[in-house]
Design a binder for this molecule. Structure first.
Ligand SMILES: NC(=O)c1ccc[n+]([C@@H]2O[C@H](COP(=O)([O-])OP(=O)(O)OC[C@H]3O[C@@H](n4cnc5c(N)ncnc54)[C@H](OP(=O)(O)O)[C@@H]3O)[C@@H](O)[C@H]2O)c1
Length: 279
């Protein structure tokens, strides 16, 4: 293999070790109501299995799914049989995608039922990370809904190892980081508004997952090598635990890992030069 496998790093202070790049799996389960620039076909089992094998060989152990990603959870449950221990699985609660429409429910009852359903679909007895799938009303959900308290109880029961929220605002990201293990925030070349959330997570040892690192594929006008530029931007921030990038293209997957490796090597050597490297 010409690309070195990725080295694992911590998700805040959860004890979970994950790869700096994760694999997003919207496109393994859903092709309706998505905002990607090009039409695509959901890969069949053979192609999906090859993609997962390739990801694993490249050192990716983080896989991101959700009940709202169509058949993604169910397919992963089948495709990852026999290799559960090799993966850090991140799923979500709160959003349901039914009949080409999103519905949201942040009640305790729905949260518990949704996590149990995810466990069944994913064929596992625990999920590593469960995030609240925000509908945009981040603060209202954090302050007035039961979902985060219920996730804390599921964690106490050992059904999930860590929980947090995929937020859509700075105020929401900061509030979620104060009362959970991890936040998923948007960060890319065209959108840097949520950097204060990444800063906070770094200072307070919370996990920080980046979503839409490649602006959901809308990168064309961002320069000569927008993928490398994106990785350089993301991995320059030491508060980022991992960037979840969605792809069903094996060439893109390999290129993304190679670009991430170049960025990581660059920033690690900068840290060493400035005396910040680990002793
Ligand atoms: N929690 C949330 O609210 C939320 C929201 C959005 C996303 N997410 C998670 O984050 C993941 C990533 O988000 P995303 O899929 O919206 O955005 P993204 O990772 O920024 O972009 C994915 C798109 O970029 C393309 N791409 C990937 N690598 C490429 C490369 N090297 N060159 C050119 N194009 C490339 C992919 O197409 P190809 O398949 O052709 O490579 C895909 O269409 C999702 O899968 C999901 O797991 C979470």
């Amino acid at each position: 293999m010409d690309t070195e496998p990725l080295t694992l790093r911590p998700l805040g202070d959860t004890g979970i070790m994950l790869s700096p790049l994760g694999l997003g799996t919207v496109k393994l389960g859903r092709d309706r109501g998505v905002k990607y620039p090009q039409h695509f076909n959901i890969p069949d089992d053979r192609a999906a299995r090859q993609l997962l094998d390739q990801a694993r060989a490249l050192g990716i152990n983080l896989i991101d799914t959700a009940p709202a990603y169509g058949s993604s959870e169910q397919r992963l449950g089948e495709l990852l049989k026999g290799q559960r221990q090799h993966w850090v699985i991140c799923s979500k609660v709160g959003e349901e995608y039914i009949g080409e429409q999103s519905h949201f429910d942040f009640s305790a009852k729905h949260t518990r039922a949704s996590v149990h359903r995810s466990l069944k679909r994913l064929n596992c007895d625990y999920i590593d990370i469960v995030l609240v799938h925000s509908d945009g009303r981040d603060l209202e959900i954090i302050q007035h809904q039961e979902v985060l308290q219920e996730l804390a109880q599921l964690k106490a029961q050992g059904l999930i190892k860590a929980f947090g929220m995929s937020t859509k605002s700075v105020a929401g990201g900061l509030a979620a980081a104060q009362c959970s293990d991890a936040v998923m925030a948007t960060y890319n070349l065209g959108y840097r508004d949520e950097v204060p959330v990444i800063d906070y997570c770094q200072t307070h040892r919370r996990g920080l997952l980046v979503k839409k690192a490649l602006a959901s594929g809308h990168l064309a006008s961002s320069g000569a090598d927008p993928v490398q530029q994106s990785m350089d931007l993301i991995f320059a921030h030491p508060g980022v635990s991992s960037a979840v990038v969605g792809t069903i293209n094996p060439l893109h997957l390999r290129a993304n890992v190679a670009a991430a490796q170049r960025s990581l090597a660059q920033f690690q050597s900068t840290d060493k030069d400035s005396g910040k490297g680990a002793s």
